[in-house]
Write a protein that binds this ligand. Structure first.
Ligand code: CAO
Length: 415
């Protein structure tokens, strides 16, 4: 069956996490993704955080599904020649090297564009043009520079980074969208273009609501849905909001039955205005439905702490799943705090193909996260990540190289 991106060939010159997540998505959407790696070592993540000696790590195998791996030393003239042949035959080159690395390899935009005017050259960098443009960047640097860390955590503690890889995988997603848009534009213009997704910018985009709050704070001097209101003080910048909801419906994380021994026996509880009477009924505070101190969302903002403390008295009598069951009957928005162990076993996520088991020749069966984007006419089949150089011969033969050429390239250390 044809997939959404069938016929699109991607030269995947990415490593670590941000670039690989982008090309993995494109592969899941049906593109032929050819990952170019250094002979002998490959993507550094193959050897990082290993749980089985000598076997490609889960870090690598979970970020490089559905790709083909070609080894190529692009700093050798013969290796560079092969790369240039690939450039002529591919639609998109994706890279996330440190700033300047592509140019040092002799692969400027002008050079690539001259070789293949239809090629889209897509890059992740830590920062866009400006004072930090030459910096190398990893996930948490982007979270800190993009506004996530200063707005995450509790008021009385230091900035905190989040477990969600918004700097790497978040930027990979942004880049993938840019690539698909550039491919669409090319169908009209016939030309390739540069696509850049800086990690700082992608994180800021995901922290958009906090820049919203910065401006609200500057105008009004306080943020009524933040835990600092009404007793605490606000400074000049958006403070850390603990577990407060980022939207207009107040929410908080509340303890459930078993929290003393289970670090994830918690539920996220949202006091959505539309279901306030139901919330009051469930917790046995029917009086709050008409009491003017609680009856309107505006009035409740003055009492969020005691309100959540009272709701917590109720949630502590239920497990998070029991509470979910009851609250859902009343359409009260809430969510259990799920551990990774619980998610790995979740039958619905397995059913939908978002949690998938795959086989691997040296690792054996392992769990992975499949494509979270579901297309009805382009279903995803998750395939294992390639071994280093597994497809070098296959791809070079497709490019027109013969057995003798391969021998020469091998003897030269170019593949
Ligand atoms: N053949 C020959 N050389 C190759 C090669 C190949 N197939 N593939 C890569 N190289 C070379 C590059 O040309 C570069 O050489 P020079 O330093 O001589 O120019 C070198 O390998 C290393 O590239 P790098 O500087 O990108 O790698 P690093 O490990 O030092 O830095 C990282 C890693 C991620 C900090 C950096 O790549 C970066 O800042 N990337 C942009 C931002 C980004 O994507 N960060 C997210 C990473 S995931 O957390």
């Amino acid at each position: 069956m044809n997939k959404a991106l069938t016929g699109v060939r991607i030269l995947d010159f990415t490593h670590v996490q941000s670039g690989p997540t982008c090309t993995q998505l494109l592969a899941w959407l049906g593109a032929d993704v050819i990952k170019v790696e250094r002979p002998g070592e490959g993507d550094a993540t193959r050897g990082q955080l290993r749980d089985i000696p000598g076997v490609d790590s889960l870090y690598f195998t979970m970020l490089n599904h559905n790709k083909r791996s070609v080894t190529l030393n692009t700093k050798k003239p013969r290796g560079k020649q092969v790369l240039e042949t690939l450039i002529k035959r591919c639609d998109v080159l994706v890279e996330n090297f440190a700033p300047g690395a592509m140019e040092r390899m002799g692969l400027s935009w002008e050079h690539i564009h001259a070789l293949n005017p239809r090629m889209i050259v897509a890059s992740v960098k830590g920062f866009g043009p400006g004072r930090y443009e030459d910096c190398k960047v990893y996930e948490n640097v982007a979270q800190c520079a993009g506004g996530a860390a200063s707005t995450t955590g509790f008021d009385d503690g230091p900035p905190v980074v989040t477990g969600a890889q918004i700097g790497d995988s978040g930027t990979g997603l942004h880049l993938a969208l840019g690539i698909v848009a550039a491919l669409y534009q090319r169908t009209h213009s016939g030309r390739g273009q540069k696509v850049l997704a800086p990690m700082q910018d992608a994180v800021l985009n995901l922290c958009r609501v906090k820049l919203r709050d910065q401006q609200r704070l500057e105008r009004t001097g306080s943020l009524h849905e933040y835990p600092q209101y009404p007793d605490g003080k606000f400074g000049e910048a958006v403070p850390r909001a603990g577990n407060a909801s980022g939207g207009g419906q107040p929410g908080w994380i509340l303890r459930c039955k078993g929290y003393e021994t289970d670090p994830n026996a918690y539920i996220y509880f949202i006091t959505q205005a539309a279901v306030w009477p139901s919330v009051c009924k469930v917790i046995g505070e029917e009086g709050w439905i008409t009491d003017e101190a609680y009856a309107t969302p505006q009035a409740r903002l003055l009492h969020l702490k005691p309100i959540f403390a009272r709701i917590e008295q109720w949630t502590m009598t239920k497990t998070k799943f029991e509470a979910m069951e009851i609250l859902n009957q009343y359409d009260i928005p809430c969510g259990p705090i799920l551990s990774m162990k619980e998610i790995a076993q979740d039958p619905s996520l397995r059913e939908s193909g978002t949690v998938v088991e795959v086989d691997h020749p040296t690792r054996g069966r392992h769990l992975t996260v499949g494509n979270p984007i579901k297309l009805s006419d382009s279903p995803t089949e998750v395939q294992r990540a390639p071994l280093l150089g597994e497809h070098t011969e296959e791809v070079l033969m497709e490019l027109g190289y013969d057995a003798h050429d391969l021998e020469v390239l091998r003897a030269d250390g170019a593949i």
